[in-house]
Design a binder for this molecule. Sequence first.
Ligand code: ADP
Ligand code: 5GP
Length: 191
Amino acid sequence: MKGEKYLFVVSGPSGTGKDTVVSRLLALHPEVQKTVSATTRAMREGERDGVNYHFLTKEAFENHLAGGDIVEHTCYCGNYYGTLRSEVERHMQQQIPVILVIEVEGAGNIKRMYPDSTTIFVLPPDMQELERRLRSRGTEQEETIAWRLKRAETEIAHAGDYDRQVVNDDVDRCAEDIYKIISEKISGAEE
Ligand code: ADP
Ligand code: 5GP
């Protein structure tokens, strides 16, 4: 489909710093945008509806699914998360580079649907640092932290399936690594 090369999928285990790095990238390079997913999970302190996510009830999410408005979705930690068709197609049509920050199952589905998209996996420096970051964020209950850490191992095992891998040891450096991947792809200069 026309415009697929403007899609960039970013995944990585919870707590690796995806949101921090992507926010920095968007601040430094405002021509790059990010899709806003729909979710049924509870809003965290500091999050805003329509900015971080479209926060929906389970029933509303299922209505969107039935209506075909969601191109991929998954159930993660007991909640639905999904990418809205309108978010993806708008950016592709306008040829605006756009980042989807989604987990591995969704990333695989987007790559199958849009083969010229680019998948990027953000790795933590090591597992100890991943756990430290997840805890330092202070947004999760102990049970959820344990679930997310277990899931992290499964997700990291998929890192090699992605087109590119970056390590988040420094936020600015990692943001620029991702920006370089985007610039190379849209200028047609990627390896
Ligand atoms: P994710 O979106 O991958 O779940 P977050 O962006 O919420 O992760 O980051 C998790 C925590 O790690 C946050 O407290 C964030 O400030 C911190 N963090 C992110 N990147 C780094 C880094 N390079 N060095 C140290 N701490 C970081
Ligand atoms: P969080 O609850 O930390 O915001 O997100 C949990 C996980 O869901 C993260 O790995 C995040 O990237 C992923 N996620 C967010 N939105 C979507 C989406 O639209 N689709 C899929 N498949 N995963 C998503």
